[in-house]
Design a protein. Structure first.
Ligand code: NDP
Ligand code: GDR
Length: 369
């Protein structure tokens, strides 16, 4: 039985990866941060009472900014594989907290690599580093592959660039099995609520139930190569099962503008949208709607709010997944329409439940309201 240690286990990818590794009979350990409220919603279904016998899933308190804590956990777990998914992962927030982002996302990776080296585990422990398409930043030379140079455009991407190169350096200097997965955007019903796809699917679900009037968005022109997180965690695992440690781009090869994602999400609730105007004056207007919808033709449901613009933007990302397809035999099962359908359906169900509870007189979400 193999043992894996996952940092960032409470996040979107940590949850899907835990499911995958448990299905492959791994012993899964995860690092979670102490929080004043429970932060384990995404993995609660995997929780095992520590008093039970044959525990396959165990959480440890820790933080990527704390070396001694990481060394102690790695020493205790003696992992065959470490998946370093922990990070302050929001690009816009990284402009607000650049130093912390550098510490957790950049130096945090160094701390993991050094812990493995100091503990004499370089031959035993394989390391996966969660690298990102944000590394390409300003590069308009598409599709972006493992050979495309980097030009990061945010404190997040700059921190991840350090993490990328320190992973390559430890591989070369100490012969470690350390790999970067350069993953393009991947989403799911478990996606954090402030990333653009989930913000849209939540907003559309609420509007379709008469619980919200409008969605305020940032740059509608940005284009992303969106895949499903379930497919992408499979690639992470495959990267560590190879004979040699290498870096891989994981992407679909198809790019879509934020505006078109919005259009697709509204179509899932029977609403056709048209966009009028330009820049900050652009609006999304209902063109037609199924009769059961509370939204009516002519209604303005999308507006632009410059507060969501970034000081420096990444305009266009399209990945070239040829290496992953040929060497890892990786093939995504989801396309964008299937992803949008699943996300909207999950959010509609979530808010239907919330609405029902409210109508029945129960207080939901915030018990102190
Ligand atoms: P999430 O934001 O959903 O999860 C991030 C995880 O990191 C959470 O478990 C969070 O804990 C944890 N974390 C944050 N700061 C620290 C810290 N200082 N110490 C320990 N843990 C910490 O991200 P995703 O699951 O979407 O992404 C996983 C990784 O992949 C991240 O590194 C991200 O940057 C990278 N990535 C993501 C892509 C995507 O499209 N999703 C694409 C490319 C790369 P808590 O729950 O307590 O906040
Ligand atoms: P990104 O994801 O920055 O690509 O990073 P995000 O979903 O936040 O933004 C994608 C694009 O949409 C534009 N946008 C908005 N974004 C947000 N969050 N909110 C809005 O209202 C909005 N309107 C338009 C953004 O400007 C951007 O161009 C994600 C994270 O998961 C990173 O951790 C990961 O490394 C990369 O994907 C690959």
């Amino acid at each position: 039985m193999k043992t894996a240690l996952i940092t960032g286990i409470t996040g979107q990818d940590g949850a899907y990866l835990s499911d995958l590794l448990l299905s492959k009979n791994y012993q899964v350990h995860g690092i979670k941060r102490r929080s004043s409220l429970f932060n384990t919603n995404r993995i609660d279904h995997l929780y095992q009472d520590p008093h039970e016998k044959n525990i396959h899933f165990k959480l440890h308190y820790g933080d990527l900014t704390d070396s001694t804590n990481l060394i102690r956990i790695i020493q205790e777990v003696q992992p065959d594989e470490i998946y370093n998914l922990g990070a302050m992962s929001h690009v816009q927030v990284s402009f607000e907290a650049p130093e912390y982002t550098a510490d957790a996302d950049g130096i945090g990776t160094l701390r993991i690599l050094e812990a493995v080296r100091l503990l004499g585990l370089t031959k035993k422990t394989k390391i996966y580093q969660a690298s990102t398409s944000e590394l390409y930043g300003l590069v308009q030379d598409v599709p972006q592959s493992e050979k495309t140079p980097f030009y990061p455009r945010s404190p997040y991407a700059v921190a991840k660039m350090y993490a990328y190169w320190i992973t390559v350096n430890y591989r070369e200097a100490y012969n470690m099995f350390a790999c970067n997965g350069i993953l393009f955007n991947h989403e799911s019903p478990l996606r954090g609520e402030t990333f653009v796809t989930r913000k849209i699917t939540r907003g559309v679900a609420k509007m379709s139930l008469g619980m919200q009037d409008k969605l305020y968005m940032g740059n509608l022109d940005a284009k992303r190569d969106w895949g499903h997180a379930k497919d992408y965690v499979e690639a992470m695992w495959l990267i560590l099962q190879q004979d040699t440690p290498e870096d891989y781009v994981i992407a679909t090869g198809i790019t879509t503008a934020v505006r078109d994602f919005i259009r697709m999400a509204f179509q899932e609730v029977g609403v056709e949208l048209e966009f009028n105007g330009e820049g900050v004056n652009e609006k999304g207007i209902v063109k037609s709607a199924v009769s059961s919808s509370p939204l009516k033709p002519g209604q303005e449901v999308v507006a632009v709010d410059p507060r969501y613009f970034r000081p420096t933007e990444v305009d266009l990302l399209i990945g070239n997944p040829t290496k992953a397809q040929t060497k890892l035999n990786w093939k995504p099962k989801y396309d964008l329409p299937a992803l949008v359908k699943e996300m909207v359906a999950a959010d509609v169900e979530l808010f239907q439940r919330e609405k029902l509870l409210k109508e029945a007189g129960f207080k939901v979400l915030n018990q102190f309201e």
